[in-house]
Design a protein around this ligand. Structure first.
Ligand code: ADP
Ligand code: MG
Length: 680
């Protein structure tokens, strides 16, 4: 997450006895502004920061408010940097190193780191420290005086680092403090004027905090195997005063030039970073050793806090203004810190193994079973739907057939009924003709020629049957005998309506309206009556049958309707099942695709694992070889040492013997000399 650099200003207590004559710096909360001695603030010279510490503020408070969070974050895996910027004698070293009574930020940070890691029980830590000085643009190791002019390198694994710098693995705070003290001693080494050097050099104390989750056997790779590496820089910068003020020549001028370069580049870098993202295209980190080493701390992956120390004296106003301007620009820098996690080969392997196991579980265990079961279920469903559909189709076909048959039967019966009805109506007509013949009223009444209405074909009342075509009877006009409507009947019969029952009971009468016919064959009449009787009984039966059929027809129609309803419902169901069948098939396809994808993934992971295993074996072999070599070397060194010892012993004895010979010679010479003297 993007976050601003934390910037604070610290004003040291005044050293000089003089009291201000014109202006003074006033501190209110987190604001520092230049005021006229007895009056108003001077406009344009008021600055606000995260914190402004006055002269009474202790190192402990500065640490608590400004640096503690950075240190704690470093333990959690974030890079961190705290540096002190300011002119010489403004209190940078006091802030970073502190005094006996009030330890500085470095001491407090070291103590805090060890205290904090002791409280973390689920991770194990490895802490390395180094201490360097940048002097005349050269990096010197403060833990090993022989390591001078060290180069800066950059690698993928280590980032930017100082090659050949001694790193001490440390287990407790006391050890670190001792190392720091020895570093300070080294710094003094060969120095006639310590202050002159310290104001021109930058010192960087660096802690590399590595941590790894303690394997709890939970198999949770994210907490157990990834290694966190964070770098914590605590920097005491050279004095930021301008070179003109140093006012010296010779060596000092050269030093000044370099200081200027390093701090100037730091200023440039901070300027560019504070201008925002647009102008960030090129940041000149590489222009100085200091900015190169602090690259991640400035606008990179680090939590950074800057303490700008200022002197309150009036003579330093210009320098103080410069420092405050630098602090204001630094305040605008945004960093982007994140936990630095590294996956080692072993961790990577374990992570991959877990992933593969997970996949395998998914494939072999529950996952594949579920898939298979689902597929089986889908297949069953499909089959069931298919069968149901077939059954329904068959039923539908059967129903159609029976429907047709029923319709056919109904049509046949209707035809039959029609035939019978026409038969009956012919019979009726004959009988009504009889009654007309037999009616006494009609005998005397004038027979009126009926006024024939045009009869429509539908106005069926009675039809002539074959029986009525006997030539001897009813020589009525053709048109009359063929079709007659109710009106005609009404008019003809004067309201008399042919009643089948009455027809039955009416006695036979001769027709009188026509000239009497002498010979009316009796036997044919009898036959006719008999026939009529038969027909009547037949008619009754037929009517019953017709009623029965009618009833059946209604029932059938109802059943039909019900069946049609059921069929349409079934059709709907069928549609629904077809739809669900389709979606099931789709799901089946999707699942199969997923299955294939998982298989592929597993295969590729297996491939990676085997490659990693190979790598690891290769590395292990290499390590073993190196160890062997090392052992050989150690042995050789021991041998050499023994040889040297032997040699020294031999040398000493030789020396002794030579000395004794020398002594002998000497005494002999002296003796000879004495003899000579005696002689002459
Ligand atoms: P720098 O490292 O910036 O050159 P020093 O830290 O050496 O400056 O400080 C110069 C002097 O001022 C030292 O004697 C130091 O003890 C003293 N001093 C600086 N800051 C404070 C402070 N906040 N409280 C007390 N003394 C201080
Ligand atoms: Mg100092």
């Amino acid at each position: 997450m993007a976050e601003k650099i934390c910037v604070a200003v610290r004003v040291r207590p005044s050293i000089s006895e003089e009291s201000p004559s014109g202006t003074f710096w006033k501190i209110e909360d987190n604001r520092i502004s230049l005021h006229k001695l007895h009056g108003t603030p001077i406009s344009g010279l008021s600055y606000a920061f995260d914190h402004v510490f006055d002269e009474s503020c202790s190192n402990s408070k500065v640490y608590e408010l400004l640096t503690k969070d950075v240190i704690h974050a470093a333990v959690d895996g974030f890079n961190g940097t705290a540096f002190a910027y300011g002119q010489t004698s403004s209190g940078k070293t006091f802030t970073m190193n502190g005094s006996l009574n009030d330890p500085g930020i470095i001491h407090r940070a070291v103590n805090d780191v060890f205290q904090k890691i002791q409280m973390i029980s689920d991770r194990e830590f490895l802490i390395r420290v180094s201490y360097m000085e940048i002097y005349n643009e050269e990096i010197n190791d403060l833990f090993a005086v022989e390591n001078q002019k060290l180069p800066i390198h950059e690698s993928l694994e280590r980032g930017i680092f100082v090659a050949g710098l001694r790193e001490e693995i440390v287990n407790n705070a006391e050890q670190v403090i001792k190392l720091l003290e020895s570093g300070e001693v080294n710094r003094h080494f060969g120095e006639t004027n310590m202050n002159a050097r310290s104001s021109r050099s930058h010192t960087i104390f660096r802690m590399v905090i590595e941590s790894k989750g303690i394997d709890t056997g939970s198999g949770d790779y994210s907490s157990s195997d990834a290694i966190r590496v964070s770098v914590l820089n605590l920097v005491d910068l050279a004095g930021s005063e301008r070179i003109a003020k140093t006012g010296a020549g010779g060596v000092r001028l050269k030093e000044g030039k370099y200081i200027n370069k390093s701090l100037m580049v730091l200023g440039n870098v901070i300027n560019k970073l504070s201008n925002g993202a647009k102008q960030r295209a090129h940041i000149p980190y590489r222009d100085s050793k200091l900015t190169r080493i602090l690259q991640t701390a400035l606008g990179g992956n680090a939590k950074t806090s800057i303490i700008c120390t200022v002197a309150p004296e009036e003579v330093h106003i210009e320098e103080t203004k410069g420092t405050l301007q630098f602090a204001s620009r630094a305040k605008r820098i945004t960093n982007c810190a994140q936990v630095n996690e590294i996956l080692t080969d072993a961790a990577l392997l374990k992570r991959q193994q877990l992933e593969i196991e997970d996949l395998r579980r998914k494939l072999q265990g529950s996952r594949s079973e579920v898939l298979e079961q689902e597929i089986l279920k889908l297949r069953n469903d499909m089959l069931k739907y298919e069968l149901e559909r077939e059954k329904l189709e068959m039923e539908l076909e059967e129903e159609r057939r029976s429907h047709k048959e029923r319709e056919q039967r109904i049509r046949d019966q209707q035809l039959k009924i029609e035939n019978l009805s026409s038969l009956v109506s012919d019979g009726d007509r004959s009988s009504s003709q009889d009654s007309m013949k037999e009616s006494p009223k009609d005998e005397c009444n004038d027979f009126k020629t009926p006024c024939f209405k045009e009869t429509s074909n539908n106005a069926f009342v009675a039809k002539r049957s074959n029986y009525s075509e006997l030539p001897d009877f009813s020589p009525l006009p053709d048109s009359f005998s063929n079709v007659a409507d109710e009106d005609t009947w009404f008019k003809m019969n004067k309201g008399y309506i042919a009643d089948l029952d009455s027809l039955q009971t009416t006695p036979a009468r001769k027709v009188q309206s026509f000239p009497p016919q002498d010979i009316t064959p009796d036997c044919s009449n009898d036959n006719y009556k008999l026939e009529l009787q038969n027909l009547k009984t037949q008619l009754e039966l037929v009517i019953k049958e017709k009623d029965e059929l009618q009833r059946k027809l209604e029932e059938e129609v109802q059943i039909n309707r019900r069946l049609m309803g059921e069929i349409s419902e079934l059709k709907q169901e069928l549609d629904l099942s077809n739809n669900s069948l389709e979606s099931s098939a789709q799901r089946y396809g999707n699942l199969e695709r997923e299955f294939q994808k998982l298989k592929d993934e597993r295969d590729s992971l297996l491939q990676t694992v085997s490659e990693s295993s190979k790598n690891i074996t290769f590395l292990t072999d290499q390590k073993e070889n190196i160890l062997k070599d090392l052992n050989c070397e150690v042995q050789r060194r021991k041998d050499l040492e023994a040889e040297i010892k032997q040699f020294s012993v031999a040398f000493a004895s030789r020396q002794r013997s030579l000395a004794s010979i020398h002594g002998e010679f000497k005494s002999k010479i002296e003796k000879l000399r004495a003899e000579n003297l005696v002689r002459y």
